[in-house]
Design a protein around this ligand. Structure first.
Ligand SMILES: C[S@@+](CC[C@H](N)C(=O)[O-])C[C@H]1O[C@@H](n2cnc3c(N)ncnc32)[C@H](O)[C@@H]1O
Length: 244
């Protein structure tokens, strides 16, 4: 089993943009995700994107006028973000998102953690610390938004095999395997080289987060939390810090 970083470095990062349907498609989806949050267009307000990847949400936020700090542990994906973010107010940083406060001067109007990134952390303890830092870093009226998958109930039998994307030269399939408090995510990539196909497999753990636990933890830090049906089958969480 690989660590999250190893899995991205060796397996996912080189094909991540392909997996997401290409930059134009991914940014269209990211723009819709951000629009669905009803965030006002703001000039120079600070937004922090935790686990920003290639910028699916950081880029739309910057296009709305936010000044964005985009943090990701994958240097490959942060490089990709740098290419697509040219001319925008985005500061890309390669770092562990649990240390985000080291990279954020002052407090933020928006903090995002989108696309199932929360489940990538190594333990619920790390999430507890992250939520405490998020609550402390938000401005009064500031908002934390997260989307993640609920793996508390896992598919069984054949439903554990999930087709991700395929074209004439590559097929990606995901296989989910229960492993206590985690789910082992096996990413299986077939690639065509001329007439032959190769297969590469790598697996990494994701946390099985109960959405009610996430809501409770954020409330414990004084945030007003709403849960909703997020995009693409994910759970959506919006947590607002009170005050003016
Ligand atoms: C499923 S992707 C989501 C990317 C992006 N937020 C989106 O919605 O497309 C998870 C991202 O989180 C990053 N990541 C995972 N664990 C991390 C950590 N501890 N610190 C920083 N980034 C992390 C990965 O490198 C990857 O880019």
């Amino acid at each position: 089993m690989a660590t999250v970083r190893e899995h991205y470095a060796a397996h996912l990062a080189p094909i991540y943009l392909w997996m997401a349907g290409g930059i134009e498609h991914a940014l269209r989806l990211g723009t819709l995700d951000v629009a669905s949050l009803g965030l006002p267009a703001r000039h120079d307000d600070l937004a922090v994107d935790l686990g920003a990847g290639f910028g699916m949400h950081a880029i739309p936020l910057a296009r709305m006028g936010y000044s964005v700090i985009a943090i990701d542990s994958s240097p490959e994906l942060i490089d990709e973000l740098g290419i697509h973010a040219r001319g925008l107010s985005i500061r890309p940083i390669v770092a562990d998102l649990v240390d985000f406060r080291m990279h954020v001067p002052g407090r933020a109007a928006r903090i995002l953690c989108m696309g199932d990134t929360l489940t990538h952390l190594d333990s619920k303890d790390s999430l507890e610390r992250l939520f405490a830092d998020v609550a402390a870093c938000l401005l009064p009226g500031g908002r934390f938004v997260a989307t993640f998958r609920d793996y508390t109930r896992l598919p069984a039998g054949e439903s554990r095999f999930i087709p991700v994307r395929s074209d004439e030269s590559r097929i990606q399939t995901c296989f989910l395997e229960e492993s206590g408090d985690s789910v082992l995510v096996h990413d299986i990539v077939h690639e065509r080289h001329g007439e032959a196909w190769s297969m590469k497999v790598s697996a990494y753990p994701k946390l099985r987060l109960d959405p009610d636990w996430v809501v409770g933890e954020l409330q414990r830090h004084g945030l007003v939390v709403e849960r909703s049906a997020g995009p693409r089958g994910m759970v959506g969480i919006t947590a607002v810090r009170g005050g003016t």
